[in-house]
Each structure stands twice: as structure tokens, then as C-alpha cells.
Design a protein around this ligand. Structure first.
Ligand code: KG4
Ligand code: ZN
Length: 333
């Protein structure tokens, strides 16, 4: 029996969740709108807003789950990877909260947690499975052997897929965060209107840096001919860029699945909310005979429910850390 309170503060969402015996009973997320004015997350502002949000978000989560803090069995928190100043707020709060209530502390790797979000609801993948983890900072193909044995078999050599979406949005003068807006416009456009070069990278690895630059050059060249190019073709540009990113992501995933002989396939992370990725994965699954696992929208982007789920499995192993634990902006997988 365990009731775990979990805190996520790795980037610009302050989130607190409660996991009661493996079931999520609260998942409160406070988004930070302040960054919209700057076109990207400003780390210093993010940590300040986490400080303002953390207490009300904790109170809301306890109230939603109808739990008294005295009933908690452990406090889980995101240790990393992420923005150091943001992580510091969650880690410091978790430590003092646990100290005050005499509770054990559970340190969670944010990228593991994105994958373990698949164990919140049914159907759950069976081990071993492959997970394409695509977020604002990471693009990885992970071989998941058990709750905590995970091996990165391919990853981006430079930028993440989420960055390619966000940078495209910036080039197209769409506000931050751009990924969801590119997705929205893409649903109204022709994915074959424009063709972009596919990076040729070895093994199961990715690269999005040259791809991002090719979009910038393409738009600049088109704008020289027609100053209203973006305005007149926004939906088609978004649809074509999204089509290319999804194609790049799924081609490598298919190669990995085929070479490793695995047909349990999952996606995770913020970009797994993308409608093009979700639909194309479904078609590929039918062709390839895969069982696929796509997270509910609320568990794609950053949330504490996934930290609570990871916390639950670690609690069962009595895998605790001491009060000397510190956040890590980069973290061993
Ligand atoms: O996992 P996440 O919330 O935060 C990180 O751990 O990085 O992922 C955020 C990323 C951003 O790049 C955001 O633009 C992207 O996920 N994203 C999307 C969509 N929703 C979020 N990208 C494409 N289409 C979406 N619908
Ligand atoms: Zn994330």
C-alpha cells in the first residue's frame, strides 16, 4: 500500500500528482504563459514562476486526491534532465516537504518517466518494447526491458524533433510554444505541397539541425519571390514540414523494430501529441503487425502523473535517495 506525491518542475510546467497504489488520483499542471512574450522558455523566469506555483499546485493535488499530507508514504520528484533552476525548485521543495513529514524521497529520471507513463492506463505494453521518445530536448529510440532497464539504441546527434517543430513555428512567425500550432495548421494543409531533404544518418540515430536550416533557407528564398508566401501557404508549409518530420521519425523506428524483431511499439514525450505522428504510427502498425501504445494527450507533454508512476515502481523496490540529493541538468539514462 502506498500513496506517493510527485513533483515535476524540469522545464516550464509546475505539476504535482498523487499515485494511490498504482492509480493516479490527481494530476495538476500549472502552465507558464509568461514565456510566450519571449518566443521560448526563459530559464530564470521559469524557476521564479515554479516558486510561485508550487504551494498552490501541491494543495490542489492533495485536495483533488482527497488525501491528507499525513497519509503520504513517499515524495517523488524529477531529478533531471532539465533546466537546473527549474529542477532546483522542485527538488528543494520535495526535500523539505519530505523532511518535515519524515517521508522517504524518490528521485526520478524525467525521460524514464515519459516512458513509464504507458503504465498509467490500459492497455499497457509488455516487455521488451521499443519506445520512440520525442520531446523538446530529446529524440530517442529506447529498448525498454523492464521498468528500470532501458537502453537507448538510437538518438539525435544534434537537435530534437520538438526543436524542429518549435523552430519551424518561429520561422513561420507563430507564437511559442510552436509545435501544437504547426500541428493545428498542418491538419488543414497538403503534406505533399513541398518536399524537404531527409537527413542521411547511420544506424538508428537522427539529426534535425540541417533539416531546420533547410526550412529556413527555403522560406527565405520563397519570400524573395513573394513577400506574402508564409501567409498564403501557412497550412501547406506546416503540413509538409510535419509530414517530413514524422517520416524521418518513423523510418528509423521501423528499421529498429525490424532489425530487433520487436513488435511492441510505443511513443512518448511532448511530440507524441502530434496528430500526424499518431495517425502515421497507426497505419504503420497495421502494415507491420505491431501492437502500438500511444499515451493519452494529458500524459504526452510534461506532467507529474508520469513521475508518480515511476515513483510507484521505485517505491516497490524501496529505491530511495537521501537529503543530500541534488538536481542534474543532464542525467545518465
Ligand atoms: O515532453 P515535453 O512537454 O517537454 C520536454 O521534456 O521537452 O515536450 C515539449 C515539446 C515541444 O517542443 C512542443 O512543441 C512539442 O513537444 N509538442 C508538439 C505537439 N505538442 C507538443 N510538437 C508537435 N505537435 C504537437 N501536437
Ligand atoms: Zn518532457
Amino acid at each position: 500500500m502506498s500513496i506517493i506525491l510527485a513533483i515535476e518542475s524540469s522545464c516550464d510546467e509546475t505539476s504535482v500528482a498523487i499515485c494511490n497504489n498504482g492509480k493516479i488520483t490527481a494530476n495538476v499542471i500549472a502552465n507558464q504563459t509568461i514565456h510566450q512574450n519571449y518566443g521560448g522558455v526563459i530559464p530564470e523566469l521559469a524557476s521564479r514562476v515554479h516558486q510561485q506555483n508550487i504551494v498552490p499546485v501541491i494543495q490542489q493535488a492533495l485536495s483533488d486526491a482527497k488525501v491528507n499530507k499525513k497519509d503520504l508514504n513517499a515524495v517523488a520528484f524529477t531529478r533531471g534532465p532539465g533546466l537546473l533552476g527549474s529542477l532546483l525548485v522542485g527538488v528543494s521543495f520535495a526535500k523539505s516537504f519530505a523532511l518535515g513529514l519524515d517521508l522517504p524521497l524518490i528521485a526520478v529520471n524525467h525521460m524514464h518517466a515519459h516512458i513509464l507513463a504507458h503504465f498509467i492506463d490500459d492497455p499497457k505494453p509488455s516487455f521488451p518494447f521499443l519506445c520512440l521518445t520525442v520531446s523538446g530536448g530529446h529524440t530517442q529510440i529506447v529498448l525498454v526491458k523492464s521498468y528500470f532497464e532501458m537502453e537507448i539504441i538510437g538518438e539525435t546527434l544534434d537537435d530534437a524533433a520538438g526543436e524542429a517543430f518549435d523552430k519551424t513555428a518561429k520561422i513561420l512567425k507563430l507564437p511559442y510554444p510552436g509545435g501544437p500550432l504547426v500541428d493545428k495548421h498542418a491538419q488543414l494543409g497538403n503534406p505533399l505541397a513541398y518536399k524537404f531533404a531527409v537527413p542521411q544518418i547511420k544506424d538508428f540515430n537522427y539529426s534535425f539541425s540541417g533539416f531546420k536550416t533547410s526550412i529556413l533557407y527555403f522560406i527565405r528564398a520563397q519570400e524573395k519571390e513573394n513577400a506574402n508566401f508564409i501567409k498564403e501557404n501557412l497550412n501547406d508549409i506546416c503540413a509538409s514540414v510535419q509530414y517530413s518530420i514524422v517520416n524521418i521519425l518513423l523510418t528509423k523506428l521501423k528499421k529498429a523494430a525490424s532489425e530487433m524483431g520487436i513488435s511492441e511499439i510505443a511513443i512518448a514525450g511532448g511530440v507524441s501529441a502530434n496528430s500526424g505522428l499518431r495517425t502515421s504510427l497507426q497505419s504503420m502498425a497495421t502494415q507491420e503487425g505491431w501492437n502500438i501504445y500511444i499515451p493519452a494527450f494529458e500524459y504526452c507533454t510534461d506532467n507529474a502523473a508520469m513521475i508518480a508512476m515511476a515513483g510507484h515502481f521505485k517505491y516497490m523496490n524501496q529505491d530511495f535517495v537521501g537529503q543530500d540529493v541534488a538536481p542534474l541538468s543532464r542525467m545518465e539514462f
